[in-house]
Design a protein around this ligand. Structure first.
Ligand SMILES: Nc1nc2c(ncn2[C@@H]2O[C@H](COP(=O)(O)OP(=O)(O)O)[C@@H](O)[C@H]2O)c(=O)[nH]1
Ligand SMILES: [Mg+2]
Ligand SMILES: [Zn+2]
Length: 364
């Protein structure tokens, strides 16, 4: 993966957030790193200096993991406690991603004892991320936005109906998963509303050709939940997909607890505290974590060149080496083995449609 360099020599250029749709308002909670290594939280205009590398050894850091964020507060789980943390004036970062902090991050913090008896923390260091789900920011702010970090897998959740699953979005998710080093699996929820066999046939390319685990569930009728829970047990997995497909309902059903309210994406609580709608981690009783995220209507891909898109369509793997031109984009070129395979239906024509749409969007 390409690394974005932090150029400390240039004048501060703070990337501004533009107006988002309602679903995107949670993004403003992300601290945004500028090209000079400053971050700015738009809400309160505070800035944090970022230094690349480890914090000085003499700092007495305690380590933990960000489980949720609300306002400026990052909820860090450390041993058995959840500690409310704010970023320190200077944060040492071991990664160079645009988002300084994200839910899922491993952080080092200092405990603050202000005499009230309530333990708070100041985040001093952010560890390198081993995986992430990222998307391209919307509008003027076109940087990378890390939705969640340091999980093993992504469960792409869509529903059989209400809303109908979106294969174009699904194909984008698969690319984002590979870019972020996340093992993908797919869940089609609300299966009681449709004919399961028809959907299984429609999605055969994913389960049979691409060998991606495909789950069919109904939270309403308790179908397929055990199988899904078994597949997710002992792993840490982010659930992502459009809103209203049943992500929060599935997490409740799997954990067997009413961990969070469903049917809304705007407000959560953490022990009575206001938690804005953003990613949130839940420990599974049998080990591992599930991360709930707000619905994404679209997923702008980050860190991919249009010419490389075909390499992420693994059902094309057997064909593109046979194209006449090594630089073939599989669109207008003669003797294109990919196009021929599409015509012969050896490649799912719908996957090819996704490919064309994604290349086009990356060229914009
Ligand atoms: N018919 C049907 N509705 C469901 C099912 N699972 C969840 N829902 C409903 O779908 C709506 C959205 O669920 P929610 O979990 O909030 O979706 P999220 O936005 O993806 O987190 C709620 O009204 C749920 O009760 C299901 O299996 N079948
Ligand atoms: Mg939800
Ligand atoms: Zn070609």
């Amino acid at each position: 993966m390409k690394k974005k360099r932090v150029d400390t020599g240039k004048k501060a250029k703070i990337k501004q957030r533009k107006s988002y749709t309602q679903e995107d308002t949670w993004l403003e909670e992300f601290a945004v790193r500028s090209v000079t290594g400053n971050v700015q939280s738009k809400k309160d205009e505070t800035r944090t200096m970022i230094k690349l590398g480890e914090a000085p050894k003499e700092m007495n850091l305690q380590f933990g993991r960000v489980m949720a964020v609300g306002g400026r507060t990052w909820y860090v789980q450390s041993n058995e406690e959840v500690i409310e943390c704010l970023p320190a004036g200077t944060v040492y970062a071991l990664h160079e991603d645009t988002s300084l902090l994200a839910v899922g991050d491993m952080v080092g913090f200092e405990r603050i004892d202000d005499g009230t008896g309530i333990v708070k923390g100041s985040i001093i260091q952010v560890e390198k991320r081993f995986s992430h789900l990222s998307r391209k920011g919307i509008g003027k702010y076109a940087g990378e936005q890390v939705i969640i970090s340091n999980v093993d897998g992504i469960l792409i959740v869509m529903s059989a109906a209400d809303p109908f699953y979106n294969k174009r979005l699904l194909d984008r998710y698969l690319i984002a998963a590979e870019l972020g080093k996340l093992t993908p699996s797919i869940c089609i929820n609300k299966i009681e509303l449709m004919d399961k066999d028809l959907i299984a046939e429609d999605l055969a390319v994913y389960s049979d050709t691409l060998n991606i685990p495909l789950y069919f569930t109904s939270v309403a009728e308790g179908l397929g939940i055990k199988e899904l829970a078994a597949g997710l047990n002992n792993h840490s997995t982010v659930l992502s997909g459009p809103s209203g497909v049943g992500k929060s309902s599935l997490i409740n059903a799997i954990s067997g607890e009413e961990l969070q309210r469903t049917g809304e994406v705007s407000e959560r609580t953490w022990k009575g505290k206001h938690i804005t709608s953003s990613a949130r981690m839940f420990a599974l009783p049998g080990g591992g974590y599930l991360a709930d995220t707000p619905g994404l209507r679209e997923l702008g891909l980050w860190d991919i060149h249009p010419d490389d898109t075909a390499f992420y369509f693994h059902d094309f793997d057997a064909f593109y080496p046979k194209c006449k031109f090594t630089s073939c984009t599989h669109r207008h070129e003669p003797d294109c083995a990919v196009k021929t395979a599409v015509e012969q239906e050896r490649i799912d024509p719908e996957r090819y449609i996704s490919y064309l749409q994604i290349v086009e969007s990356l060229e914009e």
